[in-house]
Design a protein. Structure first.
Length: 127
């Protein structure tokens, strides 16, 4: 009985530790969180909040969700949400840059029209 008690004193804590290890999720690399945060900041720097506010808001929601998942110990969900936050932030940035490019193109086209009008010969003839 004494040998069995010693065995149980060792086996039970080891079994509990093994079960806990299997149930736990891997830690999320803090660089992944930083990457998502930087992607969101870069999108904000190109006015994504004005030109792609809905997409930028979804990116920020995913980052917040990832932080919640990390606190809850759900590393797999946190990783997925961080990936989604980065992609959404990049999409918001691309949409903002596209909008800026469209505005710049429109301005160039307006300037070209003005120049063409200034360079065109007048419709009246001079003698």
């Amino acid at each position: 009985m004494n040998a069995r008690l010693k065995y149980l004193r060792i086996a039970v804590p080891l079994a509990a530790a093994a079960i806990a290890a299997c149930a736990s999720t891997p830690d999320v690399d803090p660089r992944r969180i930083q990457q998502a945060r930087i992607a969101i900041e870069e999108a904000k720097e190109v006015n994504a909040g004005r030109h792609a506010a809905d997409v930028l808001a979804r990116a920020e929601e995913r980052l917040a969700g990832a932080r919640d998942a990390i606190e809850a110990g759900d590393g797999e969900r946190a990783e997925w949400l961080l990936d989604e936050a980065v992609v959404l932030a990049q999409l918001a940035e691309a949409r903002a840059l596209e909008r800026d490019s469209q505005q710049a193109l429109a301005q160039i086209q307006d300037n070209m029209s003005v120049l063409e009008q200034q360079l065109a010969p007048s419709s009246g003839t001079r003698r």
